[in-house]
Ligand binder design. Structure first.
Ligand SMILES: NC(=O)c1ccc[n+]([C@@H]2O[C@H](COP(=O)([O-])OP(=O)(O)OC[C@H]3O[C@@H](n4cnc5c(N)ncnc54)[C@H](O)[C@@H]3O)[C@@H](O)[C@H]2O)c1
Ligand SMILES: O=C(O)C(=O)C[C@@H](O)[C@H](O)[C@H](O)COP(=O)(O)O
Ligand SMILES: [Zn+2]
Length: 364
């Protein structure tokens, strides 16, 4: 029998946090007990409704290893990123006497791991947690780097904590059951990594966009690993977003406003796609970004089926929401734009007319 290849990507510990590994491969769940460790008596497995079977299988497996395991089922997608769902989890942990040596396992997409990490960050002021991302987006972005959080009525991810996991297990087999729209949504964050740091990602997708859209594509593992490495380099050097980490927010200022405007019914990656087209236009209009790179955003995003435009009449509301973006400082709006391919930079306080003109290009 041939050994399955497993790639191990190290996230450096910083700001008092421990280093940890992101594993990419297949059949990785056997790694869970080693990560949980023997100081833990109880394990809480948080999973979305869509992964009820996976959650139960993990529960049974860990129970067989001698842990007291509770499975906590969360709503699917953004419906889980609420304070009510977090409170439901706190209650379940309280009722099972979950202590500081016990461990939370978040199994699911980015929404699930954001909540699981947030519950881990807040329960008893912080317990260990492990991320088992089951979407492309979760593997390349959400589960890596320790940003955890929930949404509020005022905006996306407005409440949260930096609380890195003890390990991340990216089992590529999980992607086989992912609906195609969710798969494509994850490509937006991979493409983001391409524009801000690793243009080979863009070349690989442009070579065969149809293959990029499926887990069976010959480049799937490479695309996922390249995007994880981009994120690993950034978060290893700036866990708490004092500077460098802001580049991972490329396209997100408008994206989060769109998500709120859509009452969190849109997939994150779809909003990020439009947000990146907007950021590219902003870069172009600010005289920073060349036409070819700005235009490349549209071609590569469209080639995999991601959206490029949003409703023109929504600008006043979107602008208002963007003011509570975490990159804002006082009344100063700040955006990540590109000075060129893989040259991200901050654009502070752009002229309102330039912002409107950039939005005009997106709302055509
Ligand atoms: N913390 C971070 O650094 C970070 C980074 C990027 C995105 N995010 C957050 O991640 C979230 C988006 O994550 P997402 O795109 O993974 O979406 P998601 O978590 O909403 O998952 C999408 C849907 O797929 C289902 N699902 C998950 N895995 C499945 C599988 N293997 N098979 C079948 N169905 C499955 C989910 O239940 C859900 O219905 C957003 O809330 C975004 O803000 C966080
Ligand atoms: O990890 C980061 O830092 C990011 O900005 C990655 C983003 O893709 C992600 O969507 C993140 O949750 C956005 O963070 P926020 O601080 O803008 O809420
Ligand atoms: Zn994102």
């Amino acid at each position: 029998m041939t050994e399955q290849a497993v790639t191990r990507i190290r996230i450096g510990g910083s700001e008092g946090t421990a280093p940890y590994d992101v594993l990419v491969g297949r059949q990785l769940l056997g790694e869970l007990p080693g990560l949980i460790g023997d100081r833990a008596q109880r394990v809480a497995v948080l999973h979305p409704e869509a992964l009820a079977g996976t959650g139960e299988a993990i529960r049974e497996d860990l129970a067989g290893q001698g842990y007291e395991v509770i499975a906590i089922q969360l709503p699917n997608a953004e419906e889980s990123k609420t304070v009510e769902v977090a409170a439901y989890c706190w209650k379940a942990l309280g009722q099972t006497n979950f202590t500081r040596t016990d461990v939370i396992v978040g199994v699911g997409g980015g929404a699930t791991t954001d909540v699981a990490g947030f519950v881990a960050a807040t329960w008893l002021r912080g317990v260990r947690w492990i991320a088992v991302p089951t979407t492309v987006l979760g593997m390349v972005d959400a589960a890596v780097g320790g940003k955890t959080g929930i949404n509020t009525a005022e905006g996306k991810n407005l409440v949260g904590a930096f609380h890195p996991p003890a390990g991340v297990l990216c089992d590529l087999a999980a992607l086989d059951s992912l609906p195609v729209n969710d798969y494509i949504s994850g490509l937006a964050e991979i493409i983001k990594a391409g524009f801000i740091a690793d243009p080979v990602i863009l070349d690989l997708i442009e070579e065969d966009p149809a293959a990029a859209r499926t887990p069976e594509g010959p480049r799937t593992a490479e695309l996922i690993e390249r995007a994880i490495r981009v994120k690993a380099d950034v978060v290893s050097n700036d866990l708490k977003e004092s500077g460098l980490r802001e580049i991972l927010n490329y396209g997100h200022t408008l994206a989060h406003a769109i998500e709120k405007n859509e009452r969190y019914n849109w997939r994150h990656g779809a909003a990020v796609s439009i947000g990146m087209v907007f950021a590219a236009e902003l870069g172009r209009l600010a005289g920073r970004l060349d036409d070819a790179t700005a235009d490349r955003h549209r071609t590569v995003l469209e080639s995999v089926g991601l959206p490029l435009t949003y409703r023109g009449d929504q600008w006043p509301k979107l602008l208002e929401t963007m003011k509570v973006d975490k990159k804002s400082r006082g009344n100063l709006l700040r955006f990540i734009v590109l000075d060129g391919l893989a040259k991200p930079t901050v654009l502070e306080g752009p002229d309102p007319a330039v912002l409107l003109a950039a939005y005009g290009e997106v709302s055509k």
